[in-house]
Design a protein around this ligand. Structure first.
Ligand code: MN
Length: 131
């Protein structure tokens, strides 16, 4: 859907399919695309991630940012060279091209992650260094 003629959407998150992240990217992690291009969204997409207890989203980077809000559970997030302990109520910003990864605690980790529809930085062969 192009967004042309979209009349909006209201959906309960649990009614959106939870898709497992591929094994080369993560273990025990699922994503639900709550608001996406198919809904007519033009600028931002909203995803809900659930990482099962002990699960892990592996290190990666890309030329767009993440704006994250932790809904439930907790764990650790690495942004560049620094690990941060996170729990429900924390907001997290991951800039474009900064390497990041997530590890869920024993209680799992559930968070909203908003991304732009288009990359927000130049494609880069190397991650931005953040110590
Ligand atoms: Mn990412």
């Amino acid at each position: 859907m192009s967004g042309e003629g979209s009349c909006g959407k209201v959906v309960r998150y649990s009614d959106v399919e939870a898709q497992p992240l591929p094994e080369d990217m993560a273990t025990g992690a699922f994503v639900r695309w709550l608001i996406a291009e198919r809904d007519g969204a033009r600028n931002f997409y909203m995803r809900l991630f659930e990482v099962k207890p002990g699960g892990h989203i592996k290190a990666h980077y890309h030329p767009w940012e993440h704006e994250i809000f932790v809904l439930e559970g907790g764990g650790e997030v690495r942004i560049g060279g620094r690990w941060h302990r996170v729990e429900a109520g924390h907001a997290i910003f991951i800039p474009p091209n900064v390497e990041h990864e997530y590890k869920a605690s024993e209680s799992g980790l559930k968070f909203i992650c908003v991304i732009p529809a288009r990359p927000t930085a130049e494609e880069a062969g190397q991650p931005v260094r953040c110590d």
